[in-house]
Write a new protein. Structure first.
Ligand SMILES: [Zn+2]
Length: 99
């Protein structure tokens, strides 16, 4: 059975399920590129499945966005590290070169 995650657990769930971006608070804002709306962590619909995994849903009815579709809004955007543009293959080569 899936259960709805309550507000006090939400920040933890967001951090856990969103591997693309960092959450500092439930008031962090994101722009959903699918429905073109500004959302906050507080508004995101969070569910937990019976294996403990968290699932995040855009609060806009009918929007199928997942965390990868939510981009930083405002000054927080400056915190996105440039490393993200590195091709995954290069990162892998670096990681294995030291073994
Ligand atoms: Zn959306």
């Amino acid at each position: 059975m899936n259960r709805h995650v309550q507000l006090d657990e939400k920040l933890n769930a967001l951090r856990n399920a969103d591997s693309f971006r960092k959450w500092y608070s439930l008031d962090d804002r994101r722009v959903c590129v699918l429905c073109d709306r500004l959302i906050t962590g507080r508004m995101i619909d969070v569910w937990q499945d019976n294996r403990g995994g968290y699932h995040l849903h855009c609060p806009t009815p009918g929007c199928l966005a997942t965390p990868r579709d939510w981009f930083y809004h405002g000054p927080v955007r400056a915190r996105v590290p440039k490393v993200m543009t590195t091709p995954p293959l290069a990162v892998y080569a670096q990681a294995t070169a030291h073994r």
